[in-house]
Each structure stands twice: as structure tokens, then as C-alpha cells.
Design a protein around this ligand. Structure first.
Ligand code: SF4
Ligand code: SF4
Length: 425
């Protein structure tokens, strides 16, 4: 049985598929409600302009962001790729320290967790990510990473690993996870988060609904923010618009429960007006700003991939994602995820992770707040794949058929006849 066939038949995909379909209508209804007082077309136009400007002026905005953060006692490190980012992070995290982390696609992208598990006590604090960690599964959605894990598997894992007997009840499971993780956050030395947006005037914006990020970024003595250069926008006002859009298209709510804005180390000047850094917040805040293929995307004209705000709205309607979930893409999922894979892991990995799965139906584009033309990106990348002899068996068979028989089916099919085999590019 091929891997793809195995994937389609697996229990996790069956459960994930059912949950996605079950929740999709609710999500659409909520998204519609959350847009009630919003001029959607205007917001989309503004978002597009913000992202376009930010990418065109990235070098200048990056310099400005770094300067402003450093002036506020936040350390900034630049990393050209995942390996360098891991090296910087591991230098900032001494062996044996207790580490807690919140949800972050960029942290997943650099595979830091794998290294930390070897030398630190490491706990995911997002409820979905924690389920992924303990079940040793792979996340399958940027906003709802554990939707494909059956309830029974979660309770069995908690029983086996933590000796806690829970019913298959989502509320009871969630409360148990909350209490366990809260304790871990209070004990932690270092908190790691990502960031949704960076404003060049010096703000780091992190959105959340659970409340874990507020704790992870405030309670441990050290806070490390790992994020990427495409998150930079010029001003605070621009960042707020992206936060609004991420809430509407990501969770179907008008605003996220919390928007954390960090612009300096915590401070006070209450004793005789002497400015003292490090009050109730962490004593050290560091930002690791990674490139990891993004400059190449810009250079090669694939800037649309970087306009993404990671809301995940393109995934639920995608007929491919619905059927194979995390097998469509690598660290990022869906058609956009395949594009990211090409630039971060190489064309061959992009090919292996779904470059030819896309049907070019455009449902992703129609649901995207940034109107990102994913099928266009996929078609361009397929041209590269063909030039590099990376074709699916059916695709090359179809091309051979056209060459030899003048039609894609490879036989003298008469008009009106149905061929034995259908091929599609
Ligand atoms: S165009 Fe491709 S990536 Fe987009 S929804 Fe259709 S199948 Fe999915
Ligand atoms: S491509 Fe569009 S819909 Fe998909 S995650 Fe990015 S911004 Fe959201």
C-alpha cells in the first residue's frame, strides 16, 4: 500500500477529517458574525498594502525594528537558517533548565523542540500542542494543532504517562491539562514564544486565547521570542490590523482573547526616578529573527508566500487538506505550506510533500484574507519541478501519451468514448 493510501485509511486522518468537516460550518458562521461591523473589502485592501510595503522595504524596516528593540534592552539575534537559529537558541538556554513554550509555527519550523527534549525539561503550554507532545503525534493545523487526535487516545496517554484516570470528556481533559501546565509554567526558568507581528516602531505582538502566553512571557526569568522577518510591518497601527484579521480568519472571533504587546524589558523608576530594568516581568528578553529561505522567496518573485498571516483559513475548505491533513505540506500545511517547503527544505521535499496534490480549485484563495493566489504559486513551482525531472508517474505518462498518441489517454479514444484511465496534470 502506498504511503498516501495508508494515510487516507489511518484513524487519525479519519478523526481529523470528521472534526474539520463538523467544525467548518460553525467556523464559517462565526467568521461571518465576527465580520459584522467590519468593512471586509477595505480591511483586506489595507492588509495587502501593509504586507506589500513591508516586503518591499524589508531591509530598512528590519534595521529599524532591531534598533528600537535594542534601545529598550531587548537582545536581538539574526539567523539565516534553521540551524543557526537553533544554535543561538541553545546558547541562550543552558542545559538542565526548565523550559516552557507556547504555540509557534516558527519554533516548529526550526525543530528546536527535538534538541531541547535531549537536554532540558521541556513542556508545551498550548493545550493542543501539549496533546501533540504527549501523544508523540504531529500537529496538523496552525490554530488547532490536535484536532485529529481522538479523545480516547488523549485519555489513554494521560493515564499511561501521568497515572491520571480521566473520562473521555473534553472539559475534564482540558481542566486536567490546564492544572498540570500551570504548575510547569510557575516552575520554569525560560519561556519561549513566537510572535504574530513585529512593528518597526518597536512592538512585539503575540495573540492568544488560552492565557498561557501571558504567563510564559511574564513569569520565567528569561523570555526568548523566535520569529521570522516576514512578520515585520511599519507601525503599531498596521500590527493591530493584522491582529484583527488573524482573529477573524483564524478563530472566527472579532478579537483574540488577549493581545500581548512587548516593547521593552519590564521597568520602574519609582525609587527616586532611577530607571531600573527587570521588575515583575523577565530579567532578560531576546528575539531571534530568522530568514530561513524568505529572502530567496523575495528574490525569486514568490513574495505572496510571505504575505500570509498564518490564520489557517485556507486549510478547512481545501479538498486535499481535508483528506490528508498534515501530509499536505511539511512544517506549514496546505498549498502555501508546500510553497514554504520548497524554499525551506528544497524542491524535492516540496515534491514529496504534495506539490502535485493541488487541484488548483482556488478555494484557498477565495477564503484567504490576503487573497494569496496559492494555485498560481503551485503552478510556477511545478514548472520548476518539471525542469528538474520531478514529475509524478501519471503526469509523465500523460505527457508521453500526448507525444505518442496526440491525446492524454494514450489510446485511440473515439469521441464520446470513456477511456480506461483518466489522467490529469
Ligand atoms: S487550489 Fe490547491 S491548495 Fe488551494 S484549496 Fe484547491 S486543492 Fe487546496
Ligand atoms: S494563505 Fe491566506 S488563508 Fe492561508 S494561512 Fe495564509 S493568510 Fe491565512
Amino acid at each position: 500500500m502506498t504511503n498516501l493510501k495508508k494515510t487516507l485509511k489511518s484513524e487519525r486522518v479519519k478523526v481529523g477529517k470528521e472534526t474539520v468537516i463538523e467544525n467548518y460550518n460553525n467556523y464559517l458562521e462565526n467568521r461571518k458574525k465576527s465580520q459584522k461591523d467590519v468593512d471586509v473589502d477595505k480591511l483586506k485592501e489595507e492588509l495587502k498594502e501593509i504586507k506589500k510595503y513591508s516586503i518591499e522595504n524589508l531591509d530598512e524596516l528590519k534595521r529599524k525594528t532591531i534598533k528600537n528593540l535594542k534601545e529598550q534592552n531587548i537582545q536581538v539575534f539574526e539567523a539565516k537558517d534553521a540551524k543557526e537559529a537553533r544554535k543561538i537558541a541553545l546558547k541562550l538556554i543552558p542545559k538542565g533548565k526548565k523550559v516552557v513554550k507556547s504555540k509557534s509555527n516558527v519554533v516548529n519550523e526550526i525543530c528546536l523542540e527535538r534538541e531541547l527534549l535531549k537536554r532540558n525539561e521541556f513542556t508545551e503550554t498550548d493545550c493542543g500542542d501539549f496533546i501533540i507532545q504527549i501523544t508523540e503525534e504531529k500537529e496538523c493545523h496552525p490554530v488547532s494543532p490536535a484536532i485529529h487526535i481522538p479523545l480516547e487516545k488523549i485519555t489513554e496517554t494521560i493515564k499511561e504517562k501521568f497515572k491520571a484516570k480521566l473520562p473521555n470528556d473534553p472539559a475534564k481533559i482540558t481542566h486536567w491539562i490546564r492544572d498540570y501546565i500551570k504548575k510547569k509554567i510557575f516552575e520554569a526558568d525560560i519561556g519561549i514564544t513566537g510572535a504574530n507581528v513585529l512593528s518597526a516602531d518597536g512592538g512585539i505582538f503575540i495573540l492568544e486565547n488560552e492565557g498561557n502566553i501571558s504567563l510564559v512571557s511574564r513569569l520565567p526569568k528569561k523570555h526568548i521570542i523566535i520569529t521570522s522577518i516576514d512578520k515585520i510591518v511599519p507601525r503599531t497601527e498596521d500590527a493591530v490590523k493584522i491582529c484583527k484579521a488573524a482573529a477573524i480568519w483564524g478563530s472566527g472571533v472579532p478579537l483574540p482573547t488577549y493581545i500581548n504587546v512587548i516593547s521593552s524589558l519590564s521597568r520602574t523608576a519609582d525609587v527616586q526616578k532611577n530607571l531600573i530594568w527587570g521588575m515583575y516581568g523577565p530579567e532578560e528578553v531576546s528575539v531571534i529573527l530568522i530568514d530561513n529561505g524568505r529572502s530567496e522567496m523575495i528574490k525569486e518573485g514568490f513574495t505572496e508566500l510571505l504575505e500570509c498571516i498564518n490564520c489557517g483559513a485556507c486549510l478547512f475548505p481545501c479538498p486535499i487538506y481535508r483528506n490528508i491533513l498534515d501530509k499536505y505540506g511539511f512544517h506549514y500545511f496546505g498549498g502555501r505550506g508546500v510553497g514554504m517547503t520548497v524554499f525551506q527544505q528544497g524542491l524535492k521535499e516540496g515534491f514529496k510533500n504534495g506539490l502535485y496534490y493541488c487541484t488548483t480549485c482556488e478555494l484557498c484563495k477565495q477564503n484567504c484574507p490576503m487573497d494569496i493566489d496559492i494555485p498560481k504559486v503551485i503552478k510556477e513551482l511545478r514548472k520548476r519541478a518539471v525542469k528538474n525531472n520531478l514529475e509524478t508517474e501519471t503526469n509523465s505518462k500523460m505527457m508521453d501519451n500526448i507525444r505518442t498518441s496526440g491525446n492524454p489517454f494514450g489510446e485511440d479514444v473515439k469521441e464520446g468514448e470513456i477511456p480506461d484511465k483518466l489522467y490529469c496534470c
